[in-house]
Design a binder for this molecule. Structure first.
Ligand SMILES: CC(C)(COP(=O)(O)OP(=O)(O)OC[C@H]1O[C@@H](n2cnc3c(N)ncnc32)[C@H](O)[C@@H]1OP(=O)(O)O)[C@@H](O)C(=O)NCCC(=O)NCCS
Length: 237
């Protein structure tokens, strides 16, 4: 957790404090006074500092995939891509949860249409000389990338969600999901979808409690959970 500069929230979200257990969560809007327990949910800003926060959460949610693909400088590379608009890893798709200017969690996602318009260009540009490593990993993981790439029309895709380890289990993840669902509805999406590793039982339980169900599995016959992925979906009412 690190303090970031500037914390004016610019995203309105529904308050669901019933999901919080030990902490009193509510969402602060711009004119409210700050309470020591209040959690602010706000859109990310295009700065490298925020990009580094995003990279940390994204890599955790993706179980180290980005570090594998981009090497030791993965965070810096992702942060450079993050400040660019109109692609999957852009700040435009990211909501942070913070309290007293300290970021505690992140959720990111986009519509099927935004994803179709996106390319790996900004990440490749940021990776520069490390492009070769990236290409090799993308080729090795091509079948998985194809699955992740296939977002149905009308879906809003949850790219990643993560909360600081010591703050898990207190309802912050539920608040971030609420914020994403609201963004999804506002975009006109009719379904929420995501991919999760079958080995990530905690996250699967979390999603199931949020009304998501497993729609398909990949690869179909493989029994090793760490190499297996579930596509989970939920209709948006
Ligand atoms: C999944 C995650 C975002 C949930 O955030 P959270 O703030 O702990 O969520 P909530 O407090 O609203 O809900 C807690 C539920 O999450 C699940 N959970 C998953 N990992 C957990 C953890 N390490 N500690 C506590 N709960 C966890 C549990 O099912 C728990 O439900 P229960 O205790 O009621 O049975 C968070 O655990 C996390 O950051 N995990 C690591 C990153 C990750 O795996 N992301 C998903 C990738 S697809």
């Amino acid at each position: 957790m690190r303090p970031l500069n500037g914390n004016q929230p610019n995203q309105k979200v529904q308050v669901t404090s019933r999901s919080a257990r030990n902490l009193t969560f509510y969402v602060r809007h711009e004119k409210d006074t700050m309470d020591q327990h209040s959690v602010v949910l706000r859109s990310a800003k295009p700065t490298l500092d925020e990009g580094l926060e995003f990279a940390r959460y994204l890599d955790e949610a993706a179980e180290g995939f980005f570090r594998l693909m981009l090497g030791r400088r993965a965070s810096q590379i992702m942060a450079q891509a993050f400040v660019m608009p109109d692609h999957d890893l852009s700040y435009q798709n990211v909501t942070f949860a913070e309290r007293d200017n300290i970021v505690m969690g992140m959720v990111s996602g986009y519509t099927a249409e935004q994803h179709r318009r996106s390319s790996l260009g900004p990440l490749k540009e940021a990776a520069g000389g490390r492009n070769l490593r990236m290409r090799v990993v993308l080729i090795l993981f091509a079948p998985l990338m194809r699955i992740i790439d296939s977002i149905a029309d009308g879906d809003f895709y949850l790219q990643a969600i993560a909360v600081d380890e010591q703050l898990r289990g207190d309802g912050l993840g539920a608040l971030l999901m609420d914020a994403l669902e609201q963004r999804a509805r506002e975009s006109g999406a009719t379904r929420l979808s995501l991919d999760v590793s079958a080995g990530n039982q905690g996250a699967i339980r979390f999603y199931e409690r949020r009304g998501m169900t497993i729609e398909s599995q990949w690869p179909k016959r493989l029994k090793i959970p760490v190499l297996k992925f579930h596509r989970m979906t939920k209709k948006l009412g």
